[in-house]
Design a protein around this ligand. Structure first.
Ligand code: HEM
Length: 396
C-alpha cells in the first residue's frame, strides 16, 4: 500500500489540517506519508514523540542529506554557501551557535526595547496619517521585525524591497527550483558584498562583531543569510495572526489592554495555536530508532507535524481552544532541544511591544474585512496572512 500524499491546507487558520489531526490520533501517532517531493516519510503527530526526536542525536538536522524531508521535487540549491547552524549537528552545531548566542540574550533584548518601541510608534504614526483602510502587514507587521533585524545585523534597511521579496520567494511553495536558486544566489551576493565592506571598514553591529571576533567571513555570510530570513517573516506573520485573533475577541482584548501582564501569556498561546513554522522541526534518522512501536530506519525522513502536536489533547487541556491565559510553555512552536529558536526572546519582545502599543494607541482598531475571508498563507512554508485590512475611528 502506498502512503497517502500529505495535505497541508488548513481549513481553520488556527487548527492543524484535518489530516494531521487524524494522523496524530492513530494508535501510535506515527504514520507513513508521501510528501509532495515524492519521498515517503514518517510523520510524528504527538508532542512527546517530537520532543523525544528533537533531543535524540540519532536524528540529524542536515538539510543537505538527500533524504531530509522536502516539499518540492527538486533538490534545494546547496553548495552556494557553507551550512549555517540550523543545518549542523553536534559537534559542529555548538560552536556555531555559541559564536552568536550573546547577541540574543534576555539582557541584550532588554537593551533593544527602547529602539523597538520607537520603531513601532513611528510606524503607527505613519499608519494613522495615511488612508483608511490600511494594510496592517505592509504598515506594521512586516516593517517592524524587518527593520529591527536589519539594524541588529547592520544591513541597510533602504534595501528592504530587495531582501523582503527574495526572502518571501524562498519561503513560497509557488516558485520553481530555478527561481529559488536565483533568489538564494542574489541574496548571497548582496550579503557577501556587505560583509566584505564591513571587513574593510569595521562596523559595530552583529556582523561587524562576528568579523572582529575572527570568525571566517564565509561562516558570517551563512549566519547573515539565516538570520535575515529567520528574523522577519516569522515574527511578521505572528503579528498579523495575533492582531486578527485579538480583534476577533473584543472582551479579551479589553482585559489585555487593562492589564499588560496578560500579554506575554497571550503571545505564548498564539504561538502554540498557530505554530507557523509547522514543519521546521523535521529531521532525518541517521541510526535505527524504536519509537511508539515502529522502527524508524537509518536514512528515513521524519516529518514533525508540530501544529498537530501543539494541539495534542494528551499534552494540553481543551487543546483546540484559544485560551489566552493558558500559560503553557511546553509547545514546540520555537522547536526544542539544541536547535530551539535562537531569536525567541527577540520575537516575544517585538510581539509584546507591537500588541501593547497598537491596542493602547488605537482602541477603535477593527478589521475592514471578515476574518474568515483574509488571504491566509496556505502557499508558504511559514503560515501567516498576506494582507490584513484594518480601519479605525478618529479620536473623539
Ligand atoms: C530556529 C521558529 C523567530 C532565528 C527555529 C526553530 C523554530 C523557529 C521552530 C527550530 C528549527 C529546528 O529545530 O530545526 C520561529 C518562530 C519565530 C521565530 C515561530 C517567530 C515567531 C526568529 C527570529 C530569529 C530566529 C526573530 C532571529 C533573529 C532562528 C535561528 C534558529 C531558529 C538562528 C536556528 C537555531 C539553531 O539551529 O541552533 N525558529 N522563529 N527565529 N530560529 Fe526561529
Amino acid at each position: 500500500m502506498t502512503a497517502p500524499v500529505l495535505q497541508t491546507t488548513r481549513r481553520c487558520p488556527y487548527a492543524p489540517p484535518d489530516e494531521h489531526t487524524r494522523l496524530r490520533d492513530t494508535a501510535s501517532g506515527i504514520s507513513q506519508v508521501t510528501l509532495p517531493s515524492g519521498q515517503v516519510a514518517w510523520a510524528l503527530g504527538r508532542l512527546e514523540h517530537i520532543r523525544a526526536m528533537l533531543t535524540d542525536p540519532r536524528f540529524s538536522s542536515d538539510r543537505q542529506h538527500p533524504n531530509f524531508p522536502r516539499f518540492t521535487r527538486e533538490q534545494p540549491a546547496f553548495g552556494l554557501m557553507r551550512p549555517s547552524m540550523i543545518q549542523l549537528d553536534p559537534p559542529e552545531h555548538g560552536p556555531a551557535r555559541k559564536a552568536v548566542i550573546g547577541e540574543f540574550t534576555v539582557r541584550r533584548m532588554a537593551g533593544l526595547r527602547p529602539r523597538v518601541q520607537q520603531i513601532v510608534d513611528e510606524h503607527i504614526d505613519a499608519m494613522l496619517a495615511g488612508p483608511r483602510p490600511a494594510d496592517l502587514v505592509r504598515a506594521l507587521a512586516l516593517p517592524v521585525p524587518s527593520l529591527v533585524i536589519c539594524e541588529q545585523l547592520g544591513v541597510p534597511y533602504r534595501d528592504h524591497d530587495f531582501f523582503q521579496s527574495h526572502s518571501s520567494a524562498l519561503l513560497s511553495r509557488n516558485v520553481t527550483a530555478d527561481e529559488r536558486q536565483q533568489a538564494v544566489k542574489e541574496l548571497r551576493d548582496y550579503l557577501k558584498e556587505l560583509i566584505a565592506e564591513k571587513a574593510a571598514d569595521p562596523a559595530d553591529d552583529l556582523l561587524g562583531r562576528q568579523l572582529a571576533q575572527g570568525n571566517d567571513p564565509e561562516d558570517v555570510l551563512s549566519l547573515a543569510f539565516l538570520l535575515l530570513i529567520a528574523g522577519h517573516e516569522t515574527t511578521a506573520n505572528m503579528i498579523s495572526l495575533g492582531v486578527v485573533t485579538l480583534l476577533e475577541r473584543p472582551d479579551e482584548l479589553v482585559a489585555l489592554r487593562e492589564d499588560p501582564a496578560r500579554t506575554l501569556p497571550a503571545i505564548e498561546e498564539l504561538l502554540r495555536v498557530y505554530t507557523i513554522a509547522e514543519f521546521a522541526n523535521s529531521r532525518v534518522a541517521v541510526e535505527d530508532v524504536e519509537m511508539g512501536g515502529v522502527t524508524i530506519r537509518a536514512g528515513d525522513p521524519v516529518l514533525a507535524l508540530s501544529n498537530a502536536a501543539n494541539h495534542d489533547p494528551s499534552a494540553f487541556d481543551e487543546a483546540d481552544e484559544i485560551k489566552l491565559d493558558r500559560g503553557a510553555r511546553n509547545h514546540v512552536a520555537f522547536g526544542f532541544g539544541i536547535h530551539q529558536c535562537l531569536g525567541q526572546n527577540l520575537a516575544r519582545m517585538e510581539l509584546q511591544i507591537v500588541f501593547d502599543t497598537l491596542f493602547r494607541r488605537i482602541p477603535t482598531l477593527r478589521l475592514a474585512a471578515p476574518a474568515d475571508r483574509l488571504p491566509y498563507k496556505n502557499d508558504a512554508f511559514i503560515y501567516g496572512i498576506h494582507e490584513v485590512p484594518v480601519t479605525w475611528e478618529d479620536p473623539a
